[in-house]
Design a protein around this ligand. Structure first.
Ligand code: SF4
Length: 242
């Protein structure tokens, strides 16, 4: 299995990835409901409210049911997981359920030590980009440029790219970047300016493919992220997360 198809997350990274997943997408009602017993205790009762966006739940301390919005439940789950500091096995189990994939607790050797964490299958072996251009047009990566991306363009003298990068500084030091500016202005473009349509094919390619930012090179990174951000590159996905 290649590195793209299986990734290792150290304990803190795995925990952070779970919390990011539960917070970054639209509320994932089905997943949230399924996680309640693991996070709040087996005697927690959760009942879907089909007429409303949220659900009803009882706590392990009280049998009375209280209405909770799905967003609120997601936040409660995040706090519960942070507070519980799960064991490696529980963390792997949570990762498997949150990312809907195979996950195993384990370790990785490096610098003479062995880091404990979680091995995760990404599902990327089934990915094939359809060149629909949806990710380039719809996703917001404005603040995701890495220092390495910027350094590469500097080294290559790519002024055509650099003129579209806003550099944020504090005390004279670069702290972050913003992409993509309309050249000569402080305004950001509505969509990626490097997207090029292939004539009469309804397919799109990247105009700076060889040097495109790391965030674009790695997208979607996992079947779950592809599914949640509308990427059709996994075909008919059996994932059901909401
Ligand atoms: S949305 Fe997915 S399939 Fe479409 S161009 Fe982006 S990566 Fe490729």
């Amino acid at each position: 299995m290649s590195e793209k198809e299986r990734i290792f997350l150290a304990r803190e990274e795995a925990l952070s990835a779970i919390l990011t997943d539960l917070r970054q997408y639209r509320p994932q009602k089905r997943l949230f409901m399924n996680l309640c017993a693991d996070v709040f205790g087996r005697d927690t009762l959760v009942v879907d409210d089909h007429r409303r966006e949220g659900l009803w739940m009882s706590s392990s301390r009280s049998r009375s049911m209280r209405y909770v919005s799905t967003t609120d439940l997601g936040e409660r789950l995040c706090r519960g997981i942070e507070h519980a500091r799960p064991s490696s096995e529980s963390l792997a189990n949570l990762c498997g359920r949150v990312f809907d994939t195979a996950a195993f607790s384990g370790g990785k050797n490096g610098n003479g030590t062995r880091k404990p964490g979680v091995w995760l299958e990404t599902g990327m072996e089934t990915f094939a980009c359809r060149q629909c251009g949806r990710c380039c047009r719809r996703l917001d990566y404005r603040r995701e440029l890495s220092f390495e991306d910027y350094a590469v363009w500097k080294r290559l003298g790519r002024t055509d790219i650099l003129e579209r990068v806003k550099v944020y500084r504090r005390n004279g030091r670069m702290t972050a970047f913003g992409i993509w500016l309309e050249p000569g202005t402080d305004r950001f473009s509505d969509h990626c300016p490097w997207l090029r349509e292939l004539p009469e094919k309804d397919r799109w390619i990247c105009g700076i493919h060889e040097v495109k930012p790391e965030i674009c090179r790695h997208y979607p990174g996992s079947r779950k992220h592809g599914k949640m951000t509308g990427c059709p590159g996994f075909g008919e996905s059996p994932l059901r997360t909401d």
